[in-house]
Design a protein around this ligand. Structure first.
Ligand SMILES: *[C@@H]1O[C@H](CO)[C@@H](O)[C@H](O)[C@H]1NC(C)=O
Ligand SMILES: *[C@@H]1O[C@H](CO)[C@@H](O)[C@H](O)[C@H]1NC(C)=O
Ligand SMILES: *[C@@H]1O[C@H](CO)[C@@H](O)[C@H](O)[C@H]1NC(C)=O
Ligand SMILES: *[C@@H]1O[C@H](CO)[C@@H](O)[C@H](O)[C@H]1NC(C)=O
Length: 294
């Protein structure tokens, strides 16, 4: 992918989905899957001087494919709330050990608790293999910077060890031998329940998009705030991430290499999706969870 394909965009950052509406919510409803009442979280960048899309819209997390149920058993859906019973916001995440979930710092920001859904495919459905764990032990990266979206990782302590089965399993993170691996040009997959178009609705079944990891210089050519501790991919048909996919896993093969972080406003088709680079945060993850690097 040629960096000059993309226009330089003036970075202006806003949260799309603030937990602005806090309404009285009966405690008993906490565990029901009426998640559609919640906003979806994602950071976007104002597409100043945005070129016309590079690809024909046609397909569209935006233009993703439905994964076969439980094919990604480490994928979790998370509803964050400031206080129990308050309105919340939804994000993705991944189970990295029997006890810890990896997600984005911008999802954890302002949250007082998280409800983590494990073993789910259709989050609107009361699936029999589903487990929902509520916890207040949320740790966002202390150097997360909402202005330039750096260090956008966080972990959730489930405070108990989850039993693994074919619906719920852990993902592998890069090993010590992969620390200098850039994954440039590799095929990678991102998955989530986020919106299927900038003006669309979220998906109730898990969707995924495959794309190619771009060179850091090409990522930076799109958004100048891009850091080497981030990674970006371009969907093979221009597909990408959208609101509600935040915090979810980007994997190459069976290894998680990224955490969904940001993209263009309205999830513009044909532009890359941006992630926190897992190899840059392995130390932090190890210090803040019970993950052991292989
Ligand atoms: C998800 O589950 C809900 C509730 O059972 C159902 O109405 C909906 O059609 C399902 N979605 C898909 C895509 O199967
Ligand atoms: C991000 O922004 C903060 C403050 O706006 C600044 O102190 C920091 O150096 C920036 N980080 C990078 C990597 O540009
Ligand atoms: C999104 O969902 C709402 C409420 O169910 C519906 O009215 C609207 O048409 C949907 N929008 C799209 C683009 O599908
Ligand atoms: C998508 O990416 C995943 C993870 O790398 C891989 O296992 C899968 O084969 C890819 N699928 C396609 C259609 O490229």
């Amino acid at each position: 992918m040629n960096g000059s394909l993309f226009s330089k965009m003036k970075p202006i950052f806003v949260f799309l989905a603030l937990p602005a509406v806090i309404w009285a919510y009966p405690q008993t409803k906490l565990f029901q899957s009426d998640w559609q009442d919640f906003s979806l979280r994602r950071i976007f960048i104002e597409p100043d001087n945005l070129d016309s899309p590079k690809f024909d819209p046609g397909l569209r997390i935006v233009n993703g494919y439905e994964v076969s149920p439980h094919q990604i058993p480490y994928q979790v859906w998370i509803i964050f709330r400031m206080t129990p019973g308050a309105g919340g916001w939804g994000c993705g995440g991944s189970l990295i050990t029997r006890r810890f979930v990896l997600t984005a710092a911008h999802c954890i920001l302002w949250a007082g608790l998280a409800e983590v859904y494990l073993g789910v495919h259709n989050i609107s459905s009361d699936e029999t293999n589903r487990i929902i764990v509520t916890t207040k032990k949320l740790t966002g990266h202390p150097d997360y910077n909402p202005t330039n979206i750096t260090n956008d990782v966080g972990v959730i302590d489930l405070e108990q060890e989850i039993e693994l089965n074919k619906f719920i399993d852990v993902v592998k993170l890069p090993g010590l031998g992969d620390l200098n691996e850039l994954y440039e040009g590799e095929n990678a997959r991102v998955s989530g329940w986020g919106k299927t178009a900038g003006d669309g609705n979220s998906s109730d079944v898990l969707l995924a998009v495959n794309g190619t990891v771009l060179a850091n210089t090409d990522c930076k050519a799109v958004f100048s705030i891009f850091q080497d501790s981030e990674i970006c991919i371009l969907g093979s048909g221009g597909e990408g991430i959208c609101d509600g996919d935040s915090g979810g896993p980007l994997v190459a093969g069976d290894v998680q290499i990224g955490v969904v972080s940001y993209g263009t406003r309205d999830c513009v088709y044909g532009y890359p999706s941006f992630f926190a680079r897992v190899t840059s945060f392995l130390d932090w993850i190890v210090e803040n969870s019970d993950y052991v690097v292989q």
